[in-house]
Design a protein around this ligand. Structure first.
Ligand SMILES: *Cc1c(COP(=O)(O)O)cnc(C)c1O
Length: 367
């Protein structure tokens, strides 16, 4: 019986330390560290993987979303429809442009943006929807695309938890006006620091993003836009190039583990999303009323879990003065009270997973 199950063990999960060391040495020896051949190659390879025409590497996932919105002229006066139960970065990306988030409660069957509720949230100021594929589970992009064209709105998606997830036979990253990705170390495709990218089929948008991430300059020392400094660096791009070919295999392993959890926990008094082969299971969320005592019970038995997320964006201190945040959002608030994420990562052993399942059963039924 394993004595401990970490929530995530990145070193063990990737097991590519030696190759990383070689990659780092090669980039170090190249003498070129910002906006060079590694970033250009990764942008091409990642866009191709997503089935998108263009990829633009940026500093992190928040910047990917923020620059995507800014490059699309989203700013003060614009409303952006977004799921209320997302990670704070999705909302920060909107508020940092000066636009107003319009929070929509999720569909309980997916915990993602609910197309039925989206239509009701559209106003004359609505410019865009920003869908989030939370926990790796793809949002209803086909329905959202239909709403976007019916109401002449832009559709963006936050793919920070969903590298490789699919709708039908298409991967996310090519199914909206622009998609933001994060390569934060814990994501399904992670580097050894901060990193992000935007993928899009819109060549003009990609060009604006390349300009905005680099001080608003296309030609060195000439600035047509007042831009930012937010670039994926050569070292991270080289590491991501090394890891991208393994992403599908790693996602398949996540799906296998998810399926085992879902089948084994089905009979227990907790809620699980039905198994979805299109999801990439960045996380395995369960909803349960006695979440805090279950978490403490598992912790005592050496099993680490996490809560995604304990306080929804509209209840965060940073937004307490914002009119749009003065809402009661019962579903979102209930999810924050009940959500618990179980250990799930490529490299989690069958013995570890069996132990987690046994201990959850023991919490409800005794040993
Ligand atoms: C991680 C994450 C982000 C932000 O990515 P960073 O690279 O950490 O800035 C945005 N949205 C979601 C849903 C995320 O999980």
């Amino acid at each position: 019986m394993p004595v401990s199950v970490p929530f995530l063990d990145l070193v063990q999960s990737y097991g590519d330390g030696e190759k990383i060391a070689v990659t780092c040495a090669t980039v170090a020896q190249s003498g070129w560290y910002i906006l060079g051949p590694e970033v250009a190659a990764f942008e091409r390879e990642f866009a191709a993987y997503c089935g998108a025409a263009h990829g633009v590497g940026v500093g992190n996932g928040l910047d990917a979303l923020r620059l995507l919105l800014l490059a699309s002229d989203i700013g003060p006066g614009a409303e952006v429809i977004v799921p209320a139960n997302t990670y704070i970065a999705t909302i920060l990306a909107i508020t940092q442009t000066g636009a107003t988030p319009v929070l929509v409660e999720p569909a309980l069957a997916t915990l993602n943006l609910d197309p039925a509720r989206v239509e009701a949230a559209i106003s004359p100021h609505t410019r865009a929807m920003l869908a989030v594929h939370l926990y790796g589970n793809p949002a209803a992009m086909v329905e959202l695309q239909a709403i976007a064209s019916r109401h002449d709105l832009l559709l963006f998606d936050d793919c920070a938890q969903a590298h490789g997830a699919t709708i039908g036979s298409q991967r996310l990253g090519s199914l909206s006006n622009g998609s933001g990705f994060s390569f934060f170390p814990t994501k399904n495709l992670g580097c050894l620091g901060d990193g992000g990218a935007v993928t899009t089929n819109d060549g003009k948008l990609a060009e604006r993003l390349r300009c905005l991430r680099n001080y608003g300059s296309q030609r060195k020392y000439y600035n047509q836009l007042a831009g930012w400094n937010s670039r994926l660096d050569e070292l991270q791009a080289a590491i991501l190039r090394q890891r991208l070919p393994h992403l599908d295999q790693r996602n398949a392993e996540r799906r296998r583990l998810a399926q085992v959890y879902i089948e084994a926990l089905q009979e227990l008094p907790l809620q699980l999303l039905p198994y979805n082969p299109q999801s990439v299971y960045h996380l395995l969320p369960v909803l349960c009323r006695d979440r805090d005592s279950l978490q403490a019970f598992l912790k005592e038995r050496g099993i680490a879990t996490m809560i995604h997320y304990p306080l929804p964006p509209h209840q965060q201190d940073c937004y307490r003065h914002c009119a749009w945040a003065q809402r009661s959002l019962p579903l979102t608030e209930a999810i924050a009270q009940q959500e618990l994420s179980l250990p799930l990562y490529p490299g989690l052993t069958d013995a570890q997973q069996t132990y987690v399942i046994e201990q959850i059963r023991a919490f409800y039924f005794g040993p």
